[in-house]
Design a protein around this ligand. Structure first.
Ligand SMILES: Nc1ncnc2c1ncn2[C@@H]1O[C@H](COP(=O)(O)OP(=O)(O)OP(=O)(O)O)[C@@H](O)[C@H]1O
Ligand SMILES: [Mg+2]
Length: 236
């Protein structure tokens, strides 16, 4: 049974439909990526899983239906979310921002904090720094760390590399891989950076205009000439 299984997901902003009949799944410990251009529906998909957008269809986590449940029930079920543009509190310290994620997992606070500091030693060194004065890469680390404070088994990450230098993208990629291999987390990541997605994810879904138009392993997708040309900057 997949860890997360989405079937016929449709999302709506008022009367406007942003996602249509979207199917996808990820098994335990797997990293999947959803790639798509601006406005394709990437954030809507993750917001929909979190119960933040009106949706129809089915989102099953560990076999239990989550659609229609509150966001806090979704977090309690083990879904952590690092949203686009982070939404950090700029004039609070790194540690205080991390603690914002901790109130749903009180018993695990100390262990989770240690895990976050082990994964991101730079955050441990700068735990008292206000996030307003951090680099984009460091803020992305705080955002991922805050999501990890909720003790998730599935981590949703919206465009982690946006605006980051290639070296920092590699660091983020390495962390996401460790979360999967060392901690067994299932990772669902959205990206416009298709090459980042290809190098990281075991399976990739292509999202266009609110619909999944193709999916497969990196090898399968790069063999498709039209896809390779429009997303990966290569042609065979
Ligand atoms: N709050 C909202 N109200 C109405 N329409 C919205 C809202 N948020 C997003 N949309 C619409 O839903 C569609 C999908 O938007 P979404 O933000 O999910 O795309 P995205 O793939 O995350 O884009 P980006 O790469 O720019 O972050 C777009 O047509 C967008 O205009
Ligand atoms: Mg988005």
């Amino acid at each position: 049974m997949p860890d997360i299984e989405i079937k016929k997901l449709c999302a709506f902003y008022g009367k406007a439909q942003a996602l249509s009949d979207l199917d996808l799944s990820a098994s335990e410990g797997e990293i999947i990526a959803i790639i798509g251009a601006n406005g394709a529906g990437k954030s809507t998909l993750l917001d929909g899983i979190m119960g933040l957008v009106t949706c129809t269809g089915s989102v099953r986590v560990g076999g239990d239906e989550m659609l229609g449940k509150s966001s806090s029930a979704t977090v309690a079920k083990g879904i952590g979310y690092a949203p686009e543009r982070f939404n950090l509190f700029p004039y609070m310290s790194v540690k205080a921002n991390l603690m914002v994620g901790a109130h749903t997992a009180r018993e695990d606070v100390q262990t989770n904090l240690e895990t976050v500091y082990r994964l991101f030693p730079r955050l441990a060194e700068r735990k008292n720094q206000e996030t307003a004065t951090q680099s984009g890469g460091e803020r992305q680390m705080v955002s991922l760390g805050r999501a990890l404070m909720t003790s998730p088994s599935i981590l949703l990450v919206d465009e982690p590399t946006i605006g980051l230098a290639p070296k920092v993208c590699l660091e983020i990629s390495e962390i996401l891989r460790r979360l999967s291999t060392e901690m067994g987390l299932t990772v669902v990541v959205t990206e416009q950076n298709a090459n980042f997605a290809l190098s990281l994810a075991e399976r990739i879904y292509v999202l266009e205009g609110g619909k999944i138009t193709s999916s497969g392993t990196a090898d399968e997708l790069t063999k498709d000439d039209a896809l390779a040309q429009s997303y990966f900057g290569t042609k065979h």
